[in-house]
Design a protein around this ligand. Sequence first.
Ligand SMILES: Cc1ncc(COP(=O)(O)O)c(C=O)c1O
Length: 377
Amino acid sequence: MYWKPEVYRIENADSIFSPGLLIFSDLVEQNLVEMIRVAGGPERLRPHCKTHKTQEVAKIALQLGVTRHKCATIAEAEMLADAGVRDILIAYQLVGPNLQRVVQLAQKYPNVEFTTLVDHPRAVTQLSRVIQESGDSGISIGVLVDLNSGMNRTGISIGPQAIELYEMVYSSDVIIAGGLHWYDGQNRQSDLLERTGAVNAGWGQLIRFRDQLLLSGLPVPRIVAAGTGSFPILAEHGEPNLELSPGTTVFHDDDMATRFPEMKFQPALAILTRVISCNRANELTLDVGHKACAADQPAGERLAFPELSSVTELMHSEEHLVIKTPDADQFKIGDHLIAIPRHACPASAVYQFANVIVDGRAVDRWEIVGRDRVLTI
Ligand SMILES: Cc1ncc(COP(=O)(O)O)c(C=O)c1O
């Protein structure tokens, strides 16, 4: 297995409320160091904070020289700015009242460079209009054109309309053309050769498109691209203006660890759960219900247990998880277990704070600030 159970032992577990989120801060730092190594330098990384949502992790990244950060929400952007990040990409096309909020964000943090995404001319028009209507000539917001990498979630398809959109952004005197955005989160094949082929096929299209823009006299200052599955592959290209944006690797999780066994990241986020009932042979009922671990994964596949030899998740309700395990007779009510989420990012979002574990002891609490949708703006 990818985990070492001794890493997750906690001497003072009695002080931790369950279910409780755990962050192993040494592992977070190790994962960040490995992300920097794989990317080829801190300036080549733009980690997505949707995974950690904490000022403390953003500050560790800053100390390691990672100055560029990515997020999805206005609240996450505010959290990053409060942590001292000065270059923030909100990788989301803003619509409705969120357009006003990004202007307020730029006004609240005049020393922070904010960039956002567009994939349609209407988004350019609307963003430009709210900036102009603010009457504040000091506001400068960067814009990347979001391309559809084949994931078919957001982004404009490569082609003449994408060139027109890029020209529209470039010729605007209200917003600042920052380059291109490419998220290929569909490239999660566990077969490395297959994944490499798919990632590089997309990369080829992207670079041909970028070269077409350059030939038309349109500068492309940067490309922000990739997630966990693709960033080690794109890093190999040595493209100078590329910023790689993995998110999950900072905590890693059971899904990524089993899907990508070649990667050297360690799960740094876990949940401490306790046995609350154990009256049936080979079964334990734990207090990690689906309100305590995120339920985006199919039932039966939401958690991994490093201390148990094998586990079947039998029933998951709001406050209970019933598991079947041959090790059940070693546990009594009140005993705790460590569970590694299959998907770390939504797991952290269901907790107000994480217990921070250093050298096998809970020593601190970090607030999961970015779980909220609204901070002050
Ligand atoms: C736009 C964008 N960029 C980067 C990431 C990070 O990807 P991963 O979680 O695979 O590391 C995500 C993840 O959802 C994303 O949506």
